[in-house]
Design a protein around this ligand. Structure first.
Ligand SMILES: [Zn+2]
Length: 304
């Protein structure tokens, strides 16, 4: 199974004390290379303006692409723009587009995008929560517009709620957004009563939630919702910050839990979507957890 990435994703420079740092991506790539000899790394192209404008406003493109900062400038208290950020953001979004193309053209069935900055907090017009462009939303919009897919599901198991993804698609019936996340926690959205058109499914979980409750929620509520929607493509916002080692949240999962859920998503995709899954890296801020979880995730994605 190919991994889409690009060297420019290492050039988004958030500063010396920032948790969303280039070492995260280097750790993921290094762990995947060690675990999967012969790993096929494909170059992620830059997303085009047209691909970005399917989900983002001109104003956000101007902020990210036309600021040309000479050093680091803060967009908010935790989101930074650096000289290399525009290229990183373009290739992070372009990875998902290229992976969707590869999967829907029948070249491959599944792909992983090892990219940063992450994306799921970025709304149509606002970069926030370490995110510049909403990578998974750009990929979903590409599947809708380029391939005319009537049903695409976005599965988000990052420990934070993907407020940006939800806001972009909460009036789009062709996209289902299904998320488990810790609450209370940034960005403090993702209540169960946030349902969109019925296409939004949120499972907020309290701090301290471990494997048993996490698996129960997915098995009893979220996976059945996905089955009922019967997506023709499954996109994953793969954040690994619900791991017990992660410094930003208090959930208690381990790599096996991510492997289990990934296996369930493979089975779901096999039932409805000819096995088609495109997964994109979101959060995960402990390097050891990131290494273990990304390997477990890819191993499960590679299994039929
Ligand atoms: Zn996160």
């Amino acid at each position: 199974m190919p991994v889409f990435s690009h060297a420019s994703c290492l050039d988004h420079d958030t500063g010396p004390d920032h948790v969303e740092r280039p070492e995260r991506l280097a750790a993921v790539i290094e762990a995947l290379r060690a675990a999967f000899p012969g790993l096929e790394l494909r170059q992620a192209p830059a997303a085009t303006r047209g691909q970005l404008l399917r989900v983002h406003d001109e104003s956000l493109l101007a902020t990210v692409l036309e600021s040309h900062p000479s050093g680091r400038i803060p967009l908010d208290s935790d989101t930074v723009l650096s000289p290399g950020s525009a290229q990183a953001a373009l290739h992070a979004a372009g990875a998902g587009v290229a992976a969707v193309d590869a999967v829907l053209n029948g070249d491959i069935r599944r792909a992983f995008c090892a990219v940063r900055p992450p994306g799921h907090h970025a709304t149509a017009s606002i970069a926030m929560g370490f995110c510049l462009f909403n990578n998974v939303a750009v990929a979903a919009a590409h599947a809708l517009e380029r391939y005319g897919l009537p049903r695409v599901s976005i599965v988000d198991f990052d420990v934070h709620h993907g407020n940006g993804t939800q806001a972009i698609f909460d009036t789009e019936p062709r996209v289902q957004y299904v998320s488990s996340h810790q609450l209370p926690l940034f960005p403090d959205t993702g209540l169960r009563l946030e349902r969109g058109l019925g296409n939004i499914v949120n499972a907020p979980l309290p701090p301290g939630t471990g494997s048993r409750r996490f698996c129960e929620v997915w098995r009893e509520r979220l996976l059945p919702e996905l089955d009922a929607f019967a997506p023709q493509l499954v996109l994953i916002s793969a954040g690994f910050d619900a791991h017990w080692r992660d410094p930003l949240a208090q959930m208690q999962l381990d790599a096996e839990d991510f492997a289990w859920l990934t296996g369930e998503l493979v089975a779901l995709a096999n039932r409805h979507a000819d096995g088609r899954i495109v997964s994109t890296l979101e959060g995960g801020y402990d390097l050891q957890a990131l290494r273990e979880c990304s390997v477990a995730h890819l191993r499960a994605l590679s299994t039929d």
